[in-house]
Write a protein that binds this ligand. Sequence first.
Ligand SMILES: C[S@@+](CC[C@H](N)C(=O)[O-])C[C@H]1O[C@@H](n2cnc3c(N)ncnc32)[C@H](O)[C@@H]1O
Length: 304
Amino acid sequence: MPHSGNHSGHESNSRCRSNGDARGFLRRTYRSLKRTVLHDTLLLPYGVRKHRALRQSVDRSQTATYTSFCRSPTQLEALLGPVLDHLDPGPPASKPLRILVFACSNGAEVYTLASALMRRYPGIDLHVDASDVSEEMVRKARSGLYTRDEVLDGDHVSDAFVDFTFDRSHEGLRVKPGIKSRVTFARADLLDPGLTDRFQTADIVVVQNVLFHLEPAAARTAFRRACGRLKERAALFVDGMDLDLKLELTRELGLTPLEYKCREIYRESRAHHPVAWWNYYYGAEPYLVLRRDRVRRYSTIFLR
Ligand SMILES: C[S@@+](CC[C@H](N)C(=O)[O-])C[C@H]1O[C@@H](n2cnc3c(N)ncnc32)[C@H](O)[C@@H]1O
């Protein structure tokens, strides 16, 4: 009978799906346990030693341009809450906000920031100056045009974000003119001694996932140059930097780490790192709760 046939087909489909769901759940649980128990706990002392040795000897690459939209929703939440409160204790976003984004790659990070700020504070007087050393990335960022795959690649990209940020066209997803008009892109090298003359100081400086791609001496220079563009009262966003160097330089410059959801932000930033993190100079150790300096070490946001 067709009815009973359909019915049993439906039942067997849902059985398959629930078997699939169960398998997916088991696979995810196994991976997560492997990561937290094996790689991040039992192998931790080995990993820390191996990672330190690797970072001292490895050649780094300045040509890595990976990026994604909405990489860290919790970091954005910190921006929209405690960071803006720190910059302007008056009504939220009542003063002009100037942001500098270095090493912006194809613009995904820049448009994510601009979109989040404009969505939360529609009247915000926002201007973002973004730059990257790669001419090709600057061209792509300026175009504001992305394929669906480029946009949806991010784990945290929501329909609401896509609807607010892009116009859909046969060419792909194009950043809405209202958002694009708040952003400029230029070619700039963090190692260029003339960098500081090219950009005005800003309320927020963003320099993420680039410093660990530079040799330590160059990373120091780049970090100091980027921080040289912070206003007297400002915030620095700095993910993707050797942690010991971050401790040393943020102390030297008198920057205060933001404690707000620091562990969660660090977890989100680490989500895309290989589990055997010690085999990659850009790998990051797990959040070690017993470290006395943990907030400064793992925070990606610093205030002054
Ligand atoms: C891994 S991407 C990070 C992109 C983005 N900041 C993010 O976090 O998603 C690193 C970017 O740094 C850029 N870069 C590398 N060396 C640079 C330098 N010396 N000055 C400016 N940008 C640099 C690369 O071209 C690349 O686009």
